[in-house]
Structure formats: structure tokens, C-alpha cells
Design a protein around this ligand. Structure first.
Ligand code: DGJ
Length: 750
């Protein structure tokens, strides 16, 4: 709900040894979600001051929260301390150059190369629902969506008069979720170009610094490990400058109260709906307050905003929880499942797939793939995915990217024949692409060396022996898409794995004009979105799974196009406990690509029981990543049972609420989690014993999220207990062996 009201604040100030009375007329904006309030006000001279973000407030006049009576004081006719005022007050959208020395959201360079700007409040508008994001002439920008009865949007128009620059601040408030989204649209109403050198999407000024910051950090094969640290004076933050959201830092930050855990305390979650360079920073200021900002990374960024044009920033999703991290995550999960993920598979179970990457790497042909499919189909697996190596002359990772022509020496008989054979076995067929890349050893590079991102006269850095295509150039996108279309139209392809295996270096385009070169980073991301948008529009029934060397682009921008993302190249069940735990902080488990692979695990060399690998992969899309014709018979025999289990429990994972019980970052001996149906009629509890422990009594695991007044049958224990008992006294779990797991199904027995 959005409420706008006017009020007057009266106060006295000593000025030059004289006590003077002042009054300030405010326009107040109060944004209420079910459990949170976000409030700010416009002063008479147009400062847009932040008042509050936190637990729901009553219907009071919140103008006093602006602390206008506090030093330093500047309003209207009294401008003698404006500089101090600018550096102390809480601003909704701080600008660089007129006295606010903290992290700013906006910095410009005007025609005289001057960098100061100051936006002043002009007017507001409220609309029902939520407008989609698209910059004129460019791609759609991923964003959450909402119908008129789900949310309303407040648009605050701000103006920098000398620059004739308009900034429209968008705030969408969800009616039944503790979610507010933010983004900004700039319009140049002047006659001269304005260089936007820093355009962040959101700022929140908190009135204290008593927070911990939680981030998701890592590397290849260990993405999104959870880190928590106390805020301290100065700046602390995360970013990406790689051209993608990255393995190293995910565009998610939570600021939480120091007592916050899974179930209690305050959590403010921020997620940037973007797949490129991002920046997030918490700054503890001289006044022991905290400013948090998030948006496109200003490093190496410049956008030339020409007269009459606009610039649309991607959005920041803000989630508030007064019941710890668990509720924060469940809010993100609901929002992304209901209001971000789209398309045919949005609410549908995903086919159980088998991917040949870890089974064969590049060493496969039609016969090998059909052998795998034949065996897999007997076991109940529903789709074969042909991974990297089917095109050009690619037998290792050193060639052919960009040559999206079937290599008929490997795929003997052609793709149509292979797909028909797989279909005849009753299975769907999926295929791998890496559409953003070009190998130096490719026909494409011979014909169009200028299509790679590069700086003329400087050597081009290779990574995995490949370059990145310049997706800011529509000719490049059109050509790659035409090749993909030829493949997709040539056979019954029902799934695409879209991979991306290197980052951008020497960021230059051979086609952008000199003054627009620094737009490349953002234009590249928009180009990727453009191609994905065309793909999901033209092939609405194809299941798109994103991937980037594992999980380097597991972000909300990608979820707008693909309902699932490959979580990590690390398929070891124990490593996955940490990766999937961290990923679930912000992203729904239903979107996590998770497969059972062979042992010893290819990444860490660890051997875990087949059952545990299955139970851990249940927290995700579920599939196999192994040579089913060669694994031990005992493992193979377990696959039909695992698939039955997946079919039984996947609806809970896809639509239920997740409750994290264990935490591998705090106790590396065990982990546990639950999925509870929205109506609390059933639940699945999974327990993984990481290391066995000798001569110690069983562990007590307390359930979460049940209805305390319902009676549940715990099927595996044949126990009938109330939700109250299960959640307060728990169940005893006695297990033997390292890396072992158990699942417990709770069914309402009322
Ligand atoms: C990286 C992906 O994460 C893997 O699953 C696999 O598709 C390889 N690329 C193929 O090159």
C-alpha cells in the first residue's frame, strides 16, 4: 500500500545566538508491505529525505524521523551549513558533488566536463501494478512483474535544473509479500549530451550501524559460500567487473541485526536483477549510520545520454524479514517463483534429465549417446542432454565456438536421426550452446575477427582458448541466432543449456563510436538479454537452463529467461550442501540445477553413497551426470527408486516453503532442511550426516514450519506426533557412516 500525506514539522533552532522558530511543510510517502514500512519525505526545497525502513509502523505522522531539528541544519532560507547538511542527512537518491561525500547513486559529466549534480523533488504519480523495463530501442530488462491487484508503483520525479536531467525513482510495493523493488529512469530534457558515469538503482540510509553483512562469495566449483561479518566504519562491499555476475560474488547482500539467525531477528535482503558488472556497498558513516547502495558497477562505465533519450537502470529487490534469514529467503523464493520466472515450465515439473558431460566429456558420438539414452530410458530418465562437443570440429575445448554446425563425423547420421532415435526410446532431447563465444580456431573468426570484443592494436587475452563475441552489435546477435535457429528447427529439441565460460577482457567494440565505448559492458548484457528474449519468445516450449562455468551467472536476471540454472560444476553431494545452502539464501531451490554424478567425484575425488547423492540432488531440478552404462550395477539399480522419490517430493520442493535446519558453515558434521507444503499438510525433512561420530547418542532434529495443531505421521518412523511436539522436542536421528543421509516424510494425519 502506498500512502501520501502532507504534514508540517515545527521546531526551534539557535541561529547566530538567536532562537528562531521554523516550520517545514513535508510531502510524506509511506510504503507498507504486510510486515514492513518504508518511508521518506520531500521537503519544501526539494530534498528527498529517507525516514525509515523496517518493521511495520502505525498510522502516525513520520516527519519527525527526518530529524530536521538536529544539527546540521539547512532548509529554505538558511543555507549557511548546506555542506554539512548534505553529508549528514539520509537521502533517497544521493548525488555526487554538492556536499554528500558518502557513497552516491548518481555522478555525471556535463558538456563542460563538470561532475556535480543535485536532484530535487518535482512531483509524484502512483500507478497500479508494475511497469516492465525496457530502454527505447534496446532489449527488455529483466524485472519482477505484478498485476494491478498484486502491487502498486510510486514514481517520484526528480530534476537537476542546470543539467535539465530528470530522474524518475520507481518504487513497487507488493501487497502480499514483504517486497519493495526499486529502479530509476533518467531522461535528458536538455540540448546537450550528459555522461552518466554512475547510475545506481537504490540507496537505503539506515539510522544506525549495528548490522552484520551477509554475502555469497566463492570461486569456480564453490559458488555462493555464505560469509557474515560485522559492519565497521568505512566501506565494505562486493562487486563484479567481469562482465557477468560472477563465481566470486553474487549480487546479493543481507544486512541483518546481530541477533539474526534462521528464525529470528531482522534481515534486509537486497538482490540486483542483473547479470553483468554490479556494485554493492555498505558504508558506515561518521555519524555511525549505514548507507547501503546497489546497482551497475560504475567502474569503467559511462553512458552518453543524448537529448531526448532515456536510460533505464535494472532493479533492486528489497526484502524485509522480522523472523530471520529463513523468512527472508522464503520471501525471495515466492517472489521469484511467482513474479520473475516465466514461461511454459514456470509451474511445471521439469523432466528428469541425463547430461553426458561428466559421462564422456568431448569423447562421444551418436552410438555412445544412444547407448546412454537406451539404458537411461529403461530406468525412467526422461531426457538426454548432449553437452559440449557436437559442432564444428570440437574434440576439446580449443576450437569451433561460433560454428554452430553439426559435426557429422561424431553425430553420424545427423542430428535429426539422433534426436529421432532418442525420441523413439521415449525420451526428450536437449542440446548445449555457448552462444556468446568465438574460438580463434573457428570459421566464424576467420570470416569476422572484428566480431570479438577487443581493443585494436592490443593483444587479445584468451581464456579457455576463446574470445567473447561483441553482443552490443546486433549483426553479431542476428547471425548467431540464425545458426541456433537452424539447429533448433532441424530436430525435435526440447531443452537448451546456455553456457558461458569466460569473462570479458580488453572491453572494446569495433562498431561502437569512440564516445560510446564505455557503454559496452552494459550493452553486452542487454545484447545477451535480447537474444534470450528472442529465444524464449520463438520457442516457448523449450526448457532453457542457464549455466556459466557452473554457477557464475546464477542471478535473478537469468531467472527471468530460464526457470533453472546450473548451480555449480561441483556435483559432489557434500560440497553441494554448502553451495545449495548459500544459493537458497536468495534463489528458489526449484531453480537449482542439481544432478547425481559418479564417484569418485570428478572435482573433489570424494566417494559418497549413491543415496546421499540422490537426496541432495532432490533439492533442485534433479537429473544425472554420469555414464549410466558404466556405473556399478548396485547404483544403477537405485535409479528407478530415486526417480520415484523425486516424483513424490518434487512438488514440495517446487511449491513449498524451505526451512533450513543445519548449516555446514557453522557445524560441518551434519546438515538438514525441510520443505513444507503451503497448506502444512505434508513435509519432507532431509538429514545428512557429514561425518559419523563414535559412541555418541543420537541427534535430536527439531522440525520447522509445521502446523503445531496438526498431528503428523512420520512415515519412516511410524510415529504419530503433533506439530507442536515435532517442532519443540523433535525426532531422534541415529546414523552410522560418513556422508550418509535419511529422508522423513511428515503427512498430516488429522
Ligand atoms: C561448463 C559447464 O558448467 C559444464 O557443465 C559443461 O557444460 C562445460 N562447460 C562444457 O564445456
Amino acid at each position: 500500500m502506498i500512502k501520501v500525506y502532507e504534514s508540517v514539522v515545527n521546531y526551534d533552532r539557535w541561529i547566530n545566538n538567536e532562537l528562531k522558530s521554523f516550520s517545514e511543510k513535508l510531502i510524506n510517502f509511506k510504503l507498507d508491505t504486510p510486515d514492513s514500512t518504508y518511508a521518506f519525505s520531500a521537503t519544501e526545497d526539494g530534498f528527498l529525505l529517507h525516514a525509515y525502513y523496517g518493521k511495520s509502523l502505525g498510522e502516525d505522522d513520520l516527519g519527525y524521523l527526518l530529524k530536521l531539528n538536529e544539527n546540521p541544519f539547512t532548509l529554505k532560507s538558511n543555507l549557511r551549513e548546506k555542506g554539512t547538511f548534505m553529508d549528514a542527512k539520509s537521502f533517497e537518491y544521493p548525488c555526487y558533488g554538492t556536499g554528500d561525500y558518502r557513497e552516491s547513486c548518481l555522478k555525471v559529466l556535463d558538456k563542460n566536463n563538470m561532475s556535480a549534480c543535485e536532484l530535487h523533488y518535482d512531483s509524484y504519480e502512483i500507478i497500479k501494478g508494475k511497469p516492465s523495463l525496457r530502454q527505447k530501442g534496446l532489449s527488455v530488462i529483466p524485472a519482477t512483474f505484478a498485476d494491478e491487484d498484486e502491487a502498486s508503483t510510486l514514481i517520484i520525479r526528480m530534476v537537476d535544473k542546470p543539467l535539465k536531467l530528470v530522474a524518475k525513482l520507481y518504487y513497487t510495493v507488493f501487497n502480499d509479500k514483504n517486497v519493495i523493488t526499486r529502479n530509476v529512469i533518467f531522461e535528458n530534457e536538455g540540448e546537450d549530451d550528459i555522461n552518466l558515469t554512475r547510475v545506481l538503482s537504490a540507496c537505503v540510509d539506515f539510522d544506525n550501524s549495528n548490522y552484520d553483512m551477509i554475502t555469497l562469495n566463492g570461486s569456480w566449483a564453490r559458488e555462493r559460500f555464505v560469509e557474515r561479518c560485522r559492519l565497521h566504519h568505512g566501506k565494505q562491499g562486493i562487486d563484479s567487473v567481469k562482465g557477468e555476475s560472477s563465481h566470486q560474488n553474487n549480487p546479493f547482500v543481507a544486512l541483518v541485526s546481530s541477533n539474526c539467525n534462521e528464525d529470528m531477528g531482522e534481515a534486509f535482503g537486497f538482490n540486483f536483477v542483473y547479470s553483468g558488472n554490479f556494485y554493492a556497498c555498505a558504508e558506515v558513516t561518521q555519524h555511525k549510520r549505514t548507507r547501503f547502495v546497489m546497482g551497475i558497477n560504475p567502474l569503467d562505465f559511462n553512458w552518453v545520454l543524448e537529448p531526448g533519450f532515456d536510460f533505464v537502470t535494472p532493479e533492486v529487490v528489497m526484502v524485509y524479514s522480522d523472523e530471520g534469514l529463513g523468512k527472508m529467503s522464503r520471501t525471495f523464493h515466492d517472489l521469484y517463483r511467482e513474479n520473475l520466472i516465466r514461461g511454459y515450465y514456470k509451474d511445471k515439473p521439469r523432466p528428469v534429465l541425463i547430461n553426458n558431460w561428466e559421462a564422456t566429456y568431448f569423447n562421444f558420438n551418436t552410438d555412445k549417446l544412444i547407448d546412454i539414452a537406451r539404458e537411461a530410458s529403461k530406468l525412467g530418465i526422461e531426457m538426454l542432454v548432449m553437452d559440449d562437443g557436437w559442432f564444428g570440429h570440437r574434440d576439446s575445448d580449443n576450437s569451433s565456438l561460433g560454428d554452430w554446425f553439426v559435426n557429422e563425423n561424431k553425430i553420424t547420421g545427423g542430428l535429426k536421426h539422433l534426436v529421432s532415435e532418442v525420441n523413439r526410446l521415449g525420451m526428450k532431447f536437449g542440446i548445449w550452446f555457448e552462444p556468446e563465444m568465438i574460438s580463434p580456431d573457428s570459421e566464424l573468426f576467420k570470416a569476422h575477427p572484428d566480431w570479438a570484443i577487443q581493443i585494436k592494436g592490443r593483444s587479445m587475452t584468451q581464456s579457455r582458448e576463446q574470445y567473447v563475441l561483441d553482443y552490443s552489435n546486433s549483426e553479431v546477435r542476428d547471425y548467431i541466432y540464425s545458426l541456433m535457429k537452424n539447429i533448433l528447427d532441424s530436430a525435435n529439441i526440447e531443452y537448451i543449456k546456455w553456457d558461458m565460460n569466460r569473462q570479458i577482457t580488453e572491453a572494446g567494440s569495433t562498431t561502437l563510436p569512440v564516445r560510446k565505448q564505455r557503454e559496452l559492458w552494459h550493452r553486452y548484457v542487454l545484447g545477451v538479454y535480447d537474444l534470450m528474449d528472442r529465444l524464449v519468445t520463438d520457442y516457448p516450449h523449450i526448457l532453457l537452463e542457464n549455466c556459466s562455468g557452473g554457477g557464475a551467472r546464477f542471478d535473478a536476471g537469468m531467472l527471468y529467461f530460464s526457470p533453472q540454472i546450473w548451480t555449480s560444476d561441483d556435483t559432489d553431494a557434500i560440497e553441494r550442501l554448502k553451495i545449495q545452502y548459500g544459493t537458497s539464501m536468495c534463489y528458489p531451490p526449484s531453480a537449482m540445477g542439481a544432478h547425481v554424478s559418479d564417484c569418485p567425484n570428478h572435482t573433489v575425488g570424494r566417494t559418497t553413497p549413491f543415496d546421499t547423492r540422490g537426496d541432495v540432488a532432490l533439492v533442485g531440478t534433479f537429473g544425472y551426470e554420469l555414464d549410466v552404462t558404466r556405473i556399478p550395477e548396485a547404483d544403477r539399480a537405485k535409479i528407478p527408486g530415486q526417480i520415484d522419490k523425486f516424483k513424490k517430493y518434487n512438488p514440495l520442493v517446487r511449491t513449498g516453503d524451505q526451512y533450513r535446519i543445519g548449516n555446514m558453515f557453522e557445524d560441518n558434521m551434519w546438515d538438514a532442511w525441510m520443505f513444507v507444503a503451503k497448506d502444512k499438510s505434508e513435509a519432507l525433512l532431509t538429514f545428512v550426516q557429514v561425518l559419523g561420530r563414535p559412541n555418541t547418542p543420537s541427534r535430536t532434529i527439531k522440525a520447522k514450519g509445521l502446523d503445531e495443531n496438526k498431528t503428523y505421521l512420520v512415515e519412516e518412523l511410524n510415529l504419530r506426533l503433533s506439530g507442536k511436539t515435532l517442532m519443540n522436542a523433535g525426532i531422534s536421528i541415529d546414523m552410522y557412516g560418513d556422508f550418509s543421509s535419511k529422508t522423513y516424510h511428515f503427512v498430516s494425519a488429522d
